[in-house]
Design a protein around this ligand. Sequence first.
Ligand code: MSP
Length: 513
Amino acid sequence: MKSFYITTAIDYVNGSPHLGHAYEKVLTDVIARFRRQMGDQVHFLTGADEHGQKVQASAKKLGVDAQKYVDETSAVFRALYDRLGVSYDDFIRTTEPRHKQVVRAILQQLFDKGEIYQAEYKGFYSTRQEQFLQEKDRNPDGTWPEIFGEVTEIVEANYFFKLRQYQDWLIGFLTENENFIFPRFRQKQVLEFLKEPLNDLCISRPKERLEWGIPLPFDENYVTYVWFDALLNYYSAVAEKGLWPADWNVIGKDILVPPHAVYWPIMLKACGLPPPKGLLVHGWWLQSGAKMSKSKGDAVNPLELVDEFGVDAFRYFLIREMNVGQDSEFTREQFLVRYNSELANNLGNLVNRTLNMTTRFAGGVLPAAEAAEEPEKELRALWEKTRDECIPLAEGFQFHTALERTMAFVTATNAYIEKRAPWKLGKSAEPREQALLRTSLATMAEALRLAVALIQHVTPSTTEKINGVLGYAPGTDWREELVWGAKLDGAKVAGALVLFPRPAPAGKPPATS
Ligand code: MSP
């Protein structure tokens, strides 16, 4: 079995999770589930980034102890991911001893090797971004960009990690490994960034300025810079399991340069560890053209959509709407368009028809298909084409296109039903028409079974429910499940299943099943 280790970014738990955080975890979950279906031995890690200025400031504002604060907030993030069916194998918190031990051991190792040194630092510091700024960060008019918040000049002794001496190595590595970053155009942006000389990285914060962090093992007057601490979660969580390197670190585009594309590979290199095999960089969910974020009051709360439309409708929308790597605007209108036209009216309709007609014309027991004629052959050929396209699409993270193709197959199945019109065949006692009726019932049910098997990693509970009402228990070999056959012959179907209740007009809750 091939092992496959995948991670998400770990969220700052200084607020409530929004749709952007949820998207990343669902996307990673879809990949993890897909790889499991393909037979890989998957290890899926997610977690919480619990140290640093932002968290300390939020806890202080509420007047609560930082540890108590993160215990509560990270539980909220975790509960959301559980609700969303995110099938993580491990959830790491950076305040856990298992993580802190590894971070301290690595810091000591780098210090002993001379990769870390102390120096006086005088410069401009952004509290909001927790970073020292450079002249090149200024606006053309000399002011500091708004994203830095309040900027103050400070002088302090700090510890620095020798980033610069690895710059040429990193350029060489990126040049040789063209597919390190997905999508590829982002790799070019990193190389562009590396045209300027790198500064060594300040990895300490004096305790009087920031207490909430991992103390440096060689100088307890300082805590570790939050990014140096957080990046190591991908390694600390599996250090003892021997799973490093990760196949993919999944992250958003805002944290590619410099943390994941520059600090991270260099930190690993300095420790004598290999870089991750790849960085998968997704885009942003936008609202009115701007990044959805915690600091803006109107960020979309995933739980509200889940309560209203169900987990799988939410997951389906995120994956169907977003082209991995690009940005996407979130609107409720667009959510409703996809929900109604693709889930309720297309897939939901096929489920209803299959159950109703099997109940009405075959006593609820799926008959075997008889001689396939042109419409059956066409549908089956479309199935084979769809399946053979969707697997490579999923391997290349083109899930939105794979869903589109699968839905086109569902549309074709509904069109097949119109063409065969079982309700007309059912009125005839002719043996030929009776045979066609049996064939059409078997064909629509088989097409439905296959379609939901193909999107199982996106809509796991819907697939399970539909298999349930089809009286079907799938086997463990997913590829085998995707073969058109006679698996449903003689299955006893349920009378009805309301999967995607039609939402009521705006403002009112939808009818529930
Ligand atoms: N704590 C750091 C990551 C450390 S990883 C070692 C962090 N946290 S975050 O909470 O700000 O963001 C977590 C993830 O959510 C990031 O990958 C970020 O890109 C993603 N998103 C946050 N807002 C987003 C959108 N509006 N849209 C899509 N994803 C975005 O950064």
